[in-house]
Design a binder for this molecule. Structure first.
Ligand code: A3P
Length: 281
């Protein structure tokens, strides 16, 4: 079977995108949010799947029936690909930068959970994802990918604009919880508690324990509902979808010279933002 060509990036309202996420744009912008919708927003490869799973279990419990029969991407679909979702509340994920989120979510004052991840690990994770995902542009070698990341020439645009744009929004929109991937790795139970109280939920100690076990990296890696093993777009022989789940893997990829370039560039790009990331724990 002949492989489909990889998609090209193009400029879309100042953000680089592929047509996969923009082809339904009128429908996306006209999306009618409901006040109890929960939106999970991330830059790609920041822990979307992890937080979607935590939220799904918090809302709908760990019942064997649901958890063993529905893929996570069906329970928590992409906004851009959403047709209908029978559950309430609707858990909806998106990678859109803040300025492109449909206005209905703001009008309905929906709760938004943002997850940010340090840019070095984020870039490495994104590189491996693009290698194994045929719907993403060709990643090229690590060095060229690294420079594209710095230039913001990635699907969903610049990491720098994304994390700082949503951080800025948090200052004026109180229904936004801004989480960090590194905090989740450091203490999943603590972050689970923060999420539950933001959402007005009070899971029992037993529920919390059960959720923590289910959302552990090793459990998710072995769970066909979350590990991407049935997704024909992903080539798991190139790289696993649940790859490493660590803070600091960038040290296995960045050369000393790349790190110096990165640090200098970071200071310049982020000089107007107060958001801070940890690249090690
Ligand atoms: P790595 O490639 O560094 O391993 P997304 O869901 O946004 O695509 O993010 C994917 C990243 O989150 C991957 O990072 C993946 O391994 C990590 N991840 C997913 N579930 C995790 C978990 N339970 N614990 C820690 N990391 C997790």
């Amino acid at each position: 079977m002949e492989a489909c060509p990889r998609p090209e990036l193009f400029d879309f309202c100042g953000v680089s995108m592929t047509s996969y996420f923009t082809k339904n744009w009128e429908k996306v912008q006209a999306f009618q949010a409901r006040p109890d919708d929960i939106v999970i927003v991330t830059y790609p490869k920041s822990g979307t799947t992890w937080v979607c799973y935590i939220l799904d279990l918090l809302y709908f419990g760990c019942s064997q029936e649901r958890d063993a029969s529905l893929y996570l991407h069906e329970r928590v679909p992409f906004l851009e690909l959403l047709e209908k979702l029978p559950t309430s509340p609707r858990l909806i994920k998106t990678h859109l930068p803040v300025q492109l989120l449909p206005k209905s979510f703001w009008e309905q004052k929906c709760r938004v959970v943002y997850v940010g991840r340090n840019p070095k690990d984020n870039a490495v994770s994104y590189f491996h994802f693009d290698r194994m995902n045929s719907l993403q542009p060709e990643p090229g070698d690590w060095n060229s990918f690294f420079h594209r990341f710095l230039d913001g020439n990635m699907v969903f645009g610049s990491w720098y604009d994304h994390v700082s744009g949503w951080w800025e929004k948090k200052q004026s929109y109180s229904n936004l919880l801004y989480l960090f991937y590194e905090d989740l790795v450091e203490d999943t139970g603590r972050e689970l508690g923060r999420l539950a109280s933001f959402l007005g939920l009070a899971p029992s100690a037993e529920d919390r324990q059960q959720i923590r076990e289910k959302v552990h990296f090793d459990s998710m890696k072995n769970n066909p509902m979350t590990n991407g093993s049935t997704d024909h777009i992903l080539d798991l022989s190139v790289s696993p979808f649940m790859r490493k789940g660590k803070v600091g893997d960038w040290k296995n990829h960045f050369t000393v010279a790349q790190n110096e370039v990165f640090e200098e560039h970071y200071l310049l790009k982020m000089k107007n933002s107060t958001v801070a990331f940890r690249t090690a724990l």
